[in-house]
Design a protein around this ligand. Structure first.
Ligand SMILES: Cc1cc2nc3c(=O)[nH]c(=O)nc-3n(C[C@H](O)[C@H](O)[C@H](O)COP(=O)(O)O)c2cc1C
Length: 207
């Protein structure tokens, strides 16, 4: 089993990474591999709603890692999103990245567990956590929780390491995710059927 984690921070090894690494260590203890994919520091184009990904399955913008992340997300067993808090929201690059990524992967992620992790200096953590979880809940992804809303506090990785409760929440998140992945495997092995799907209805306005 393999978990893809996306670090949306401009800091490759910053606070968000420190939180994700704690989740990864906990997963590893349960025998589950993970990869932290960093979205980088460069410009990330927002979705321009061209719709071409609907026919091609890939995003037309190729100068960032969205298409690489989408291939990895389709192949993974679970997805963890990590973002720093900017003005009580996820950072702009991560928002642009996820809008384009989910436009491509959403229909491939049904019933794969998802979890969010945020890092802030002081405030806006739970609003950002809610924002990230919205990508899962429109994609039929079970959302994995922990013993608090999944956040760490700090402006530097060293400060995050002093947030003992935050780090424990990350470890518990890793354990809960590992448990759910094992339950899904056991269900598959024992022939638990996937839920039946109705033909999609798209109603763009209320009549
Ligand atoms: C533009 C900007 C806006 C920020 N806004 C907030 C905020 O609203 N609340 C907060 O607690 N921290 C805020 N911060 C601090 C970061 O969220 C915090 O330092 C975070 O842990 C950095 O994670 P990173 O090292 O992974 O980038 C902001 C930082 C920047 C650069």
């Amino acid at each position: 089993m393999n978990v893809l984690m996306i670090n949306g921070s401009p800091h490759e090894k910053g606070c968000t990474y420190t939180a994700l690494r704690e989740v990864a260590t906990s997963l590893k203890k349960q025998g589950i591999e993970s990869e932290i994919l960093w979205i980088g520091k460069g410009a990330i184009h927002g979705c321009n709603a061209c719709g071409s990904c609907k026919t091609t399955g890939v995003c037309i913008f190729t100068e960032d890692l969205v298409n690489e992340a989408s291939a990895k997300a389709k192949a993974c067993d679970a997805l963890v999103l990590g973002s720093p808090v900017y003005y009580a929201s996820m950072n702009g690059s991560m928002s642009a990245f996820l809008d384009r990524l989910f436009r491509v992967i959403s229909k491939h992620m049904a019933l794969k567990p998802g979890a969010s992790v945020v890092s802030c200096r002081r405030g806006g953590a739970s609003a950002t956590f809610d924002q990230l979880n919205k990508y899962f809940t429109i994609s039929q992804m079970p959302v994995v929780s922990s013993t608090y809303w999944n956040s760490v506090h700090g402006n530097t990785p060293e400060e995050v390491l002093q947030d003992l409760e935050g780090l424990q929440v990350m470890r518990n998140l890793g354990s809960n995710l590992a448990w759910l992945l094992q339950c899904i495997e056991a269900g598959k092995a024992n022939g638990v059927a996937l839920p039946e799907r109705e033909k999609p209805i798209a109603t763009n306005f209320i009549r």
